[in-house]
Design a protein around this ligand. Structure first.
Ligand code: F6P
Length: 356
């Protein structure tokens, strides 16, 4: 079959914004134009496709956005796009603007949308952009590094005030139902404890350690909890720490603050490399894949594979989810889930051993 000649591609960001999304938009735009392909920006994610909010993008439009936080094309979560009627409106917009393919930056919801469009004849490629790092198929998502560095900056500040007042501060960090930000920042902040969904939390061991360290003269303590444990968890743990250890405690929730800010070098670089790879693949006839970083290599992973391995990792597989996959695929999914589980266990054990 003759390969489709791409004349124009669209780019959008969808779901929660993440620092580095603008860098990815810049990369996709410049990469496509350098290959002789026009680019349009779809404003506000899939809602922009439904509402025909589409505008041409040229190199000059994106020349200074690499350092911007948030997303230049704005973002939204779009319920209408989950239904056939919304999908058809989106397809009509693509046809009206002669959009031959789309690069969609976001998380798992974004990829579900991309695969739905690909099935209906609009080739799409996904780029993982979310602070949560909760796309199992990739080691890193765009925005994760910046968010972690923001948490570490805030945690260091919390340490200063906790030290002055001899307190324990419990900080809840974002991540939806994933504990990546929590576990990495707990280690970097020398937290005495970390609570997250992926590993059972040994709170009694933590109380004992706080008491022992206080007896040795330690002034301050930091505890990190993942948002996935629920809105009550951090506050009630804070009260429990005070009651069980006698150390005055405070609860802090930076929430959306960590979603903003100037992207780090690592997020910019990942965004640029993934953006260029997405364009290269799309123009060469590849679609319905998500660009992943695996062991320092940039690879393309089938979107359905990526969505199912996520469910497998979160123990949320539904009947029939694995039917379309070969034994080899399932083996690879299980191995990846084991790798991720081993990572969490190892990090948790290190924090339990050296955190103080
Ligand atoms: O997915 C990114 C994220 O910031 C999560 O960490 C958080 O649970 C969620 O989005 C918050 O969503 P919203 O911006 O809709 O409040």
């Amino acid at each position: 079959m003759e390969q489709k000649k791409f004349k124009k591609i669209g780019i959008l960001s969808s779901g929660g914004d993440a620092p580095g999304m603008s860098a990815a938009i810049k990369s996709v735009t410049c990469s496509a134009i350098a290959r002789g392909v026009e680019v349009v920006g779809i404003v506000g994610g899939y809602a922009g496709l439904i509402n025909d909010d589409v505008r041409p993008l040229d190199i000059a439009d994106v020349s200074d956005i690499i350092s911007h936080g948030g997303t230049y094309l704005r973002s939204a979560r779009c319920d209408e796009f989950k239904y056939e009627e919304g999908m058809q409106k989106a397809i009509a917009t693509c046809k009206r603007h002669n959009i031959d393919g789309i690069v969609a930056i976001g998380g798992d919801g974004t990829f579900r949308g991309a695969t739905d469009l690909s099935i209906r004849g609009i080739p799409c490629i996904g780029i993982p952009g979310t602070i949560d790092n909760d796309i199992t198929a990739t080691d890193y998502t765009i925005g994760y590094d910046t968010a972690m560095n923001s948490v570490v900056r805030m945690g260091d500040q919390l340490r200063d005030t906790s030290e002055s007042h001899s307190r324990c501060c419990v900080m809840e960090v974002m991540g939806r139902d994933a504990g990546y930000i929590a576990i990495e920042t707990a280690l970097a902040l020398n937290a005495i404890g970390v609570a997250l969904i992926e590993i059972p939390f040994d709170k009694n061991a933590m109380f004992e350690k706080i008491k022992a360290m206080r007896a040795k003269g330690q002034n301050s303590f930091i505890v990190i909890v993942a948002e996935g444990l629920g809105t009550e968890f951090g506050e009630s743990l804070t009260k429990e720490i005070e009651k069980e250890t006698g150390v005055e405690s405070r609860f802090v929730r930076p929430a959306h603050i960590v979603r903003g800010g100037t992207p780090t070098l690592r997020d910019r670089s990942l965004a640029c490399v993934m953006g260029d790879k997405a364009v290269d693949l799309l123009l060469n006839g590849v679609s319905d894949v998500v660009i992943c970083s695996r062991k320092d290599e940039i690879i393309a992973t089938d979107i359905k594979w990526a969505l199912i391995v996520d469910r497998m990792f979160k123990n949320k597989l539904k009947d029939g989810d694995l039917d379309a996959f070969s034994a080899e695929d399932i083996k690879a999914m299980k191995a990846l889930c084991e790798e991720r589980r081993a990572y969490f266990k190892n990090m948790y054990d290190i924090i339990k051993t050296i955190g103080c």
